[in-house]
Design a protein around this ligand. Sequence first.
Ligand code: NAD
Length: 340
Amino acid sequence: MRVRVAVNGYGTIGKRVAEAVARQPDMELIGVAKTRPNYDARRAVEKKFPLYLAGDGKRSEFEAAGVPLAGTIQDLIAGADVVVDAAPEKIGKENRKLYDAAKVRAIFQGGEKPEVAEASFNALGNYAAGRGKRTLRVVSCNTTGIARAAAVLLPRWGVEQWDVTLIRRAADPAESKKGPINGIVPTFPLPSHHGHDVNTIFPELSITTTAVVVPTTLMHVHVNHVRLRKAPADPGEVLEAFRSTPRFLLFAPWERVDGTPQIMEFGRSRGLGFGDVMENVLWEAGMRLVGQDVYFLQAIHQESVVVPESIDAIRAMFDLAPDGRASIAITDQALGLPAR
Ligand code: NAD
């Protein structure tokens, strides 16, 4: 049996999730829904993804643009086993009424409050919590990045305290109207909300987050200081723990990855969907161990890091894999990510 998946909201996240679903051996993309015709709608048609009318969208706008519609969002979800909601933040909560009325399962994104779903989800962090659920929320890009790293450090050494400074991208590359285009803008109040969000995956983790927004579109960078409960033998042990875990990509000093531009250039050269980098990216030179204190930097490609997680959330819901690592292996093979 292949799970029939609908994607509602076809922007930055939705178009990537749709493409990822279409590549999975145990899932079928039955259609995508959009409010307005634009270049993404054109690509959906070119890829032969059935396109449906979402939200307050007007059929006449699609007709005027010559973009064919297969029906409305209600028609789409009537044939779905699950909807992945990728509408702008807070709209997922409104859309939930539609899904409830149609008695269809739903996966929401991190722009929604945790209460939108029965559980928040991260594949390395708490796959089992997603099993059999009717609603799940994939945590945000920053939370996904931290939760993955916590899934590496916590079981091996324990964590006494985790402090993170998040250097956040100002906008996604296609968002030409957003800023700042100059300046560094702190997020108030302190601490930022990201730590609470990590606690939806790891409730016991003591974590404090601070965030600033900077004028870049490529990636976020996290500056982490983690006090472990016991000291690793050496820094190589910590690096190896990250290196041997799926969804981590490490760069050695000889690779001359000076910053996020080279990471994204590397991603484009891999030729995976959209030139994305779906892994947490670590610089080997950006890791330091002082006794029980680990310092490390990681870069997170905000547009794509939650995409494989949304796929694993579907697999957890329908119990399609024995555990998280098995689901991750299927997802990553289908997406062309390296196996671990
Ligand atoms: P987006 O604005 O790029 O795309 C949203 C799409 O939904 C647009 O095409 C919009 O027209 C459409 N839409 C509007 N109203 C709708 C409705 N009522 N029903 C269905 N679709 C509707 O947004 P995005 O960046 O893809 O974000 C989607 C979700 O993913 C948000 O919860 C966001 O917080 C989360 N998220 C975004 C990022 C990121 O960096 N962009 C990263 C992780 C999580």
